[in-house]
Write a new protein. Structure first.
Length: 269
């Protein structure tokens, strides 16, 4: 597991430039450079051959984690290694949010790439649940970026399940929704925010690959644009990203629309 890298392996990856750290503005740090704020560690590129419908595309996958989370886990991993208690390593892994970048094309050649910042959704992305439209949105994003002349990237935020409340609470909100509440009311019934997602790591990763230059963002969510702007990304053109509307999620999309998402009435009628 990469979190508990043997120091010799870690050194090799650092020497090869495949394990790097960046500051909150996305600037690469020297291997031993200290930071006051939270840095992000990133492993990659790792070629990932994807099969999308009727064609294949190979993207560069990067795994990214906050240094603060990583250092806590590494410290515990060292202790466990000394005690030879390997089976507890799985518990450490579960305490880390490892975000991902799927890179398509050459960032050095970008002038206005296409970007999707996607919040993880196990039920939609993996199981294909139609209670939301996350799965088709992710597929369409990769597909659209792969077919864009300039390319771009997907930033996959693994800690964003249920708009930041986690998978356990999300399961509870589904039960509340089935009892008549909408997706936002259900969060409030649990005493949780409508949307507690933190996009600062996503902004750091976008800045690492694209600086603060212009980009097109596949989203219907004005709050996402606002959040990225608060982290220095202001040159953003939103690109509408509506797909996967079914009878099972029409009510969910209507709630999102009334919450502020840019979804046309025709899209969900
Ligand atoms: Zn979803």
């Amino acid at each position: 597991m990469f979190t508990y890298l043997d120091p010799a392996v870690r050194k090799r990856l650092v020497d090869e430039g495949k394990l790097i750290r960046m500051d909150r503005d996305g600037n690469r740090l020297a291997p031993e450079e200290k930071t006051g704020g939270q840095a992000i560690s990133m492993l990659g590129p790792i070629p990932l051959p994807l099969h999308l419908g009727d064609y294949e595309v190979t993207v560069d996958w990067y795994a990214c984690v906050r240094n603060t989370e990583l250092s806590k886990v590494e410290e515990l991993a060292d202790q466990l290694r000394e005690q030879h208690t390997q089976k507890l390593f799985a518990n450490l892994a579960s305490s880390m949010a490892v975000n991902c970048v799927l890179l398509i094309g050459d960032p050095a050649a970008w002038s206005n790439p296409l970007i999707r910042v996607h919040s993880s959704c196990l039920t939609g992305d993996v199981f294909g649940s139609q209670r939301c439209e996350c799965g088709p949105q992710l597929q369409l994003a990769i597909d659209t970026i792969a077919n864009d002349p300039e390319g771009g990237m997907v930033v996959y935020m693994s800690g964003h399940e249920g708009r930041g409340i986690g998978l356990w609470a999300k399961a509870a909100t589904y039960l509340l929704q089935d009892a008549g509440e909408n997706t936002y009311q259900a969060n409030r019934s649990l005493g949780l925010p409508d949307d507690s997602r933190d996009f600062s790591d996503a902004a750091t990763l976008v800045r690492h690959f694209n600086g603060t230059g212009p980009f097109r963002l596949l989203t219907n969510n004005p709050k996402k644009i606002q959040d990225l702007a608060e982290h220095g990304l202001t040159d953003v053109i939103p690109v509408k990203h509506v797909i996967g509307v079914t009878d099972a999620n029409r009510g969910y999309l209507k709630a999102k629309k009334s919450w502020g998402h840019k979804i046309d009435p025709d899209d969900i009628s």
